[in-house]
Design a binder for this molecule. Structure first.
Ligand SMILES: Nc1ncnc2c1ncn2[C@@H]1O[C@H](COP(=O)(O)OP(=O)(O)OP(=O)(O)O)[C@@H](O)[C@H]1O
Length: 398
């Protein structure tokens, strides 16, 4: 396998003897054809690829790079079909020898329209360094939300409210589902949210930091990317809840409105200061509940005059009042005061989505179209939503 694949470089094709599909314990041999690098993270790379079952007529050299290979775009669920499946995104990370991969375990469990879907997985020894890499073969989306926000800001524009609503609703829906399973993503940020700007579909990816949280069990506080870290993590809380993801969600929604990250601290402590510039000083009970041993700066002197709601209106100057209200209920120091996913979904900011015949215009399109189905809740989600269903769903869904 070639680790230096880049957007325009060669196709790499190799045989993997044991490829597992998401739900199966049986494996089959498959040929993997990687042809474009689409992402890179701290631990590995993500490449676009196609797969097909190995057939006895195949003769393949494991290191065979074939530039002129004709890739047919066939998507099929039939594993006996000798045509290519895909395109997929394959995330390649060094295989964990001492622990089970949490990312794999969580991706195998998850099944939700707003969570990236795992299709196959396998381990493979890279010929160039003889190390074993875990490969997670996932559905592929065209863009990250980070890039989508950048496309607007680089043209001195802001994401239209209809886009913000469609995307924010789907993030909250993913949170409802994951938190319902006690899965905390722990790295919510725009580059870990994938979108298809032509359909409005959004999916959360990168479960490399995720964990199923158990109450009474400590977890490390040094997770989550700085701009999106909940205040309790900044002060060193180890008994946090899935509400740290809700802080991240608030930061992402705020960033879609603002066109840049809301809290841009240069280091851990200045991150708390940036938050205090918007929310006011953190109160002592919050610090004590989060980490009684915290001995860093408290920023107890107000850094602005006036009410927090006025401050939000000044900062999020493009936001309608309903969005300001939603952000005021999400970006709160105390995790228990932050809205939970069902409250976000039921908020009046999303009423337009529930209206009859709501349509939006994707970027670059002149004709309005319907958004993806936002309300096709599973029975698991319906149970989680409970009584709030009448606020979350449009009339005709009852
Ligand atoms: N299924 C996918 N479809 C399309 N692009 C993807 C997919 N999965 C990941 N990517 C792209 O690859 C990038 C890196 O993926 P991912 O975040 O999972 O890797 P990572 O090594 O955990 O990264 P990080 O160090 O930033 O957390 C993403 O930001 C995204 O742009």
């Amino acid at each position: 396998m070639n680790s230096s694949l880049s957007s325009s470089t060669r196709v790499t094709k190799f045989l993997v003897n044991q490829v597992y599909s998401k739900d199966s314990t049986d494996s089959i041999p498959m040929i993997v054809k990687e042809y474009k690098k689409i992402g890179e993270g701290a631990f590995g790379i993500v490449v676009q690829a196609k797969l097909r079952p190995y057939t006895p007529s195949d003769s393949i050299n494991n290191n065979n790079n074939n530039n002129n290979d004709d890739i047919t775009s066939i998507s099929s669920n039939n594993l006996n079909n000798p045509n290519w499946y895909g395109p997929f995104a394959i995330k390649r990370v060094p295989a964990q020898t001492e622990y089970k991969s949490r990312e794999l375990e969580i991706l195998r469990t998850a099944n939700h329209p707003n969570v990236i879907q795992l299709k196959f997985f396998f381990n493979y020894k890279a010929p160039q360094d003889n190390k074993i890499y875990q490969h997670l073969v996932m559905e592929c989306l065209p863009e990250s939300l980070q890039l989508e926000i950048h496309r607007y800001t680089s043209n001195r524009r802001y994401l239209p409210q209809s886009h913000l609503k469609i995307y924010s609703f789907q993030i909250a829906r993913a949170m409802l589902y994951l938190h319902g399973l006690d899965i905390c993503h722990r790295d919510i940020k725009p580059s870990n949210i994938l979108v298809d700007p032509s359909t409005g579909i959004l999916k959360i990816c990168d479960f490399g930091s995720s964990k199923r949280l158990e109450s009474d069990q400590p977890s490390v506080s040094y997770i989550c990317s700085r701009f999106y870290r909940a205040p309790e993590l900044i002060v060193g809380c180890q008994y946090y809840s899935t509400q740290i993801d809700i802080w991240g969600l608030g930061c992402v929604v705020g960033e879609m409105s603002l066109g840049r990250a809301v809290f841009q601290g240069q280091d851990r402590h200045s991150q708390l200061k940036e938050i205090a510039k918007v929310l006011g000083p953190p109160d002592r009970l919050f610090i004590f509940n989060s980490n009684p041993r915290y001995d860093g700066p408290l920023y107890s002197t107000p850094l602005f005059a006036g009410r927090v709601s006025t401050r939000f209106k000044t900062i999020f100057r493009n936001a309608p009042l309903e969005l300001i209200d939603l952000l005021l209920n999400i970006l709160r120091y105390h995790p228990n005061e932050r809205f939970v996913p069902v409250q976000i979904l039921a908020h009046k900011y999303f009423d337009e989505l529930r209206g009859p015949d709501f349509q939006w215009k994707p970027r670059g399109s002149i004709s309005p179209q319907y958004p993806p189905d936002l309300f096709n809740f599973s029975s698991f989600e319906k149970d989680l939503i409970g009584e709030q269903m009448r606020y979350v769903c449009p009339y005709n869904y009852h």
